[in-house]
Design a protein around this ligand. Sequence first.
Ligand code: FES
Length: 280
Amino acid sequence: MNEILKKRVLTPVTKEIVVSAPRIARKAQPGQFVILRVSEEGERIPLTIADFDREEGTVTLVYQEVGYTTRLLGKLETNDSIMDLAGPLGLPAELPEKGRVVAVGGGVGVAPLLPKCKELHRRGIELISIIGARSSDLVILEDEMRACSNELHICTDDGSRGFKGFVSDKLKQMFETGLNPDEVDEVIAIGPIPMMKATCAVTKEFGVKTWVSMNPIMVDGTGMCGACRVTVGGETKFACVDGPMFDGHLVDWDEAWRRANSYREQEHIANERCRCGGEH
Ligand code: FES
């Protein structure tokens, strides 16, 4: 059992938990994720490792209470345990050793972005970060991102904080008003599918290599079930073993969006049950 050692509320719907998981912490690298189950009959959901501490033997997970399982997880408090936690899974992110990187994070996507940014900072990379959310109260991990970025730009869809508009709009504006795309080695964009798609459209226009992190539905997390299929450059890839990071200019975004929404009705039913206090 993996005990929750700390819990922090980041926004009304986003929580951060620090979980005791020494074996996972020992091997974890930026870009990897875990699959967890909250209860015996529960579904398995992937969550990116937002941070890890090898000495303390802990991993930090950030999640938004948007579905049945994340709501159940949200009910767990410090000293409660997560039924099971498998990982680290997926390939570590391929990060450059030098140069300049722009990190773009949307909503809860800032959580998986953070460990990569920390590692880039540790390597001495110049890091320009753009993070955003629908409104100012939903912006997460601002202090942590600021601590590892040379520049941090905040965006909100409603203009309640920083730049009014999407993170992709801000990136476009920066490229048009002084940030030389030729001097950016790569962009890392993580967030909801429409945000990553829009960011990739901008970086394609300006010719900057872009990595994205896919977060599709997963079941086994070992490449056997096919649930996490994504098409990249016309080839079928499994996000759990071939990813989760892919070249964003090669991802079939329309297919990814269709697949992400294929269980919407079932998710709605499960959510309604959870709100009513039902267990499964
Ligand atoms: S989750 Fe089953 S193949 Fe990736």
